[in-house]
Ligand binder design. Structure first.
Ligand SMILES: Cc1cc2nc3c(=O)[nH]c(=O)nc-3n(C[C@H](O)[C@H](O)[C@H](O)COP(=O)(O)O)c2cc1C
Length: 146
C-alpha cells in the first residue's frame, strides 16, 4: 500500500468546477481502489492519495499536469501499512476544518516546508494531521462527503 501527499495552488475555480474534480476523482478512484482526501483551503489544494503504488504514481502524473491547479509540489510519498481513508474514494474537506487544522495546513503549504530531505517519508506529524481529518469526516458523516 502506497501513500502520496502533494500541495498545489488552485486556479480560480467555481464550486461547480471543484465538484467536477470530485466527481471525476471518485469515479476513477472507485474503479482503481484508490482512496484519499482532498483539502481545498485558501486557494490551495492538499491531497492525500493511497492505493497500489503504480496506480497512485501514474495518477499523480496525470494530476500534476492538470491545468486546474499549478505549482504542484510533492510533500511525501512512501509505503504504508494500511489505509487511512478506506471508506472514501475521495473525501473532501474545505471550510469545515477545525481551527487547529489551519495552522498545520498553513505549514504544509508554506514554502519553508519544502525541505527536500524531509519530503519523502510520511512522518508522524502528518499522520496525526490526517488522522484528525479522518476523525472530522467520521463526525460529519458520509452523506455529504464520500
Ligand atoms: C486538485 C485535483 C485533484 C484531483 N484528484 C484526482 C483523483 O483523486 N483521481 C482522479 O482520477 N483524478 C483526479 N483529478 C483529475 C485529474 O487531474 C485528471 O483530470 C483525471 O485523472 C482525468 O484524466 P484523463 O482525462 O487523462 O484520464 C484531480 C485534479 C485536481 C485538479
Amino acid at each position: 500500500m502506497y501513500n502520496l501527499v502533494y500541495k498545489s495552488v488552485a486556479n480560480s475555480l467555481t464550486s461547480a468546477q471543484v465538484d467536477e474534480i470530485l466527481t471525476e476523482s471518485r469515479n476513477f478512484n472507485g474503479k482503481h481502489d484508490i482512496t484519499g482526501c482532498l483539502i481545498y483551503h485558501d486557494g490551495f489544494f492538499v491531497q492525500y492519495l493511497e492505493g497500489d503504488a503504480e496506480i497512485v504514481m501514474a495518477l499523480f502524473e496525470k494530476i500534476r499536469v492538470d491545468t486546474r491547479h499549478y505549482e504542484v509540489i510533492l510533500l511525501s510519498q512512501g509505503n504504508i501499512y494500511s489505509r487511512e481513508f478506506d471508506t472514501w474514494s475521495m473525501a473532501y474537506l474545505s471550510d469545515k476544518l477545525p481551527n487547529e487544522a489551519f495552522q498545520y495546513i498553513k505549514l504544509m503549504v508554506s514554502p519553508e516546508f519544502e525541505i527536500p530531505d524531509m519530503s519523502v517519508i510520511p512522518n508522524p506529524t502528518s499522520k496525526r494531521f490526517w488522522l484528525a481529518a479522518k476523525n472530522l469526516l467520521n463526525k460529519i458523516g458520509h452523506d455529504n462527503f464520500n
